[in-house]
Design a protein around this ligand. Structure first.
Ligand SMILES: *Cc1c(COP(=O)(O)O)cnc(C)c1O
Length: 392
């Protein structure tokens, strides 16, 4: 057993540092209210932005697909796993985003891994925002390209590192999160696009938290900045606002064609299941039919943020419904989360390595599924716990 002693030691360290993931279990569908560890609580931490995860229209679409296509795809996409609904979803995403084409993956994580390594390699360079998501970082590492970080959301810093590295590489890519998941701020994609154009560099944005949130009817960050047809690659996920699971790459048709030949999770991991695919198509139907859910999401986000701010909480610099409640040290954030739970509120703490050391927080995730009463109950609990722990 000695060969595993180090793990026990590391786990103990995590617990002492307040960084151990205590995983709670849901006994209900996603929604504003959940049954968590056997208790009914108000949910402030899932990515179900629009309440679609348990929407009856989505469930019905999945059930229909289940009857028609069964449960599994039976193969990877490039061999025998491409069903007509997979290609239909890709066409629908491309049309929704006004992109030339789209390709789906099993998750946003897979989309990042597959896309980056298909486009750059050892002799190439990636200019990467310093706060990019873990799946981008892993995709960059897998590619073998040189990774050069630039200051968070800072076009001048990007410009500078491009100049510093001029002549040292064959190909280059700029990669950024669209909406930064832990802070809720938005990448200056219009400026990044200008820089990418000026230097003829491939531009990629990961819009996991912008889809269903930013732009008209949730069309995402490219729509938000009116950059249709200009951003080479837009990564998306169906696991957040879409309420399902799966990843997607939309953008330049040549890149999409190449990913069908060289995107490794597309070639070597089985396709998304038919019910999931059908539910994703239903989500697009819902978004295209009305802006109601997206509007309510933003209204709820503004209301909750204003409430927390009035109480004196530090809620960072979010420009979206993501609301970080900054607490500093991880043990305090964990204690805050436990106290919230005692008060019937589910809000998990987030610490290193998901956010930098000393920047632990409760990341409040607002949803269109919340009623005004839900939001008021949440605010009351934050006030009570914040005062008890001396945060406000
Ligand atoms: C959540 C997230 C992902 C991963 O998406 P999944 O579909 O859950 O794998 C990728 N990138 C960013 C920026 C994310 O926030």
């Amino acid at each position: 057993m000695a060969r595993l002693d180090w793990i026990q030691k590391e786990l103990k360290n995590l617990k002492e540092a307040g960084l151990y993931n205590n995983i709670r279990t849901l006994g209900s569908p996603q929604g504003a209210w959940l049954e968590v560890d056997g208790r009914k609580v108000l949910n402030f931490c899932s990515n179900n932005y629009l309440g679609l995860a348990n929407d009856p229209r989505m469930v019905a679409a999945a059930q229909d697909a289940l009857k028609r296509y069964g449960v599994g795809p039976g193969a990877v996409r490039s061999i025998a796993g491409t069903m007509d609904i997979h290609t239909e979803l890709e066409k629908r995403v491309a049309a929704f985003k006004q992109a030339e084409a789209a390709i789906t993956f099993q998750s946003g994580f897979c989309a990042n891994l597959g896309t980056i390594q298909a486009l750059v390699g050892k002799r190439d360079v990636i200019f990467s925002d310093e706060l990019n998501h873990a799946s981008i970082i892993d995709g960059c590492r897998l590619s073998g390209a040189t990774i050069v970080r630039y200051e968070h959301c800072n076009p001048a810093s990007l410009e500078q590192v491009i100049k510093e590295n001029e002549g040292t590489y064959e190909k280059a890519m700029i990669i950024t999160d669209g909406v930064f998941s832990m802070d809720g701020d938005i990448a200056p994609l219009d400026k990044l696009y200008e820089i990418a154009q000026a230097h003829d560099i491939i531009l990629m944005v990961d819009d996991a938290h912008g889809e269903g949130v930013l732009g008209k009817s949730g069309r995402g960050i490219v729509d938000h900045f009116n950059l249709h047809g200009k951003v080479d690659i837009e990564i998306g996920t169906f696991s957040k606002a879409f309420g399902v699971v799966g990843g997607v790459v939309s953008g330049n048709a040549v890149i999409i064609e190449w990913l069908k030949q060289r995107g490794r999770p597309f070639l070597f991991s089985s396709a998304v299941t038919p019910p999931d695919v059908a539910a994703c198509i239903a989500a697009i139907d819902i978004l295209e039919s009305s802006t109601e859910l997206v509007d309510r999401l933003w209204e709820n986000g503004r209301y909750f943020k204003a409430g927390l701010k009035d109480m004196g909480f530090d809620i960072g610099f979010s420009e979206t419904p993501i609301t970080p409640v900054m607490l500093g040290e991880a043990p305090l954030a964990q204690q805050f989360s436990r106290e919230l739970f005692e008060n019937g509120i589910f809000g998990t703490s987030i610490g290193y390595p998901t956010v930098p050391k000393g920047k632990a927080r409760i990341r409040v995730m607002i949803s269109a599924a919340h009623s005004r009463d839900d939001l008021d109950d949440g605010l009351d609990a934050f006030e009570k716990v914040g005062k008890k722990l001396g945060v406000i």
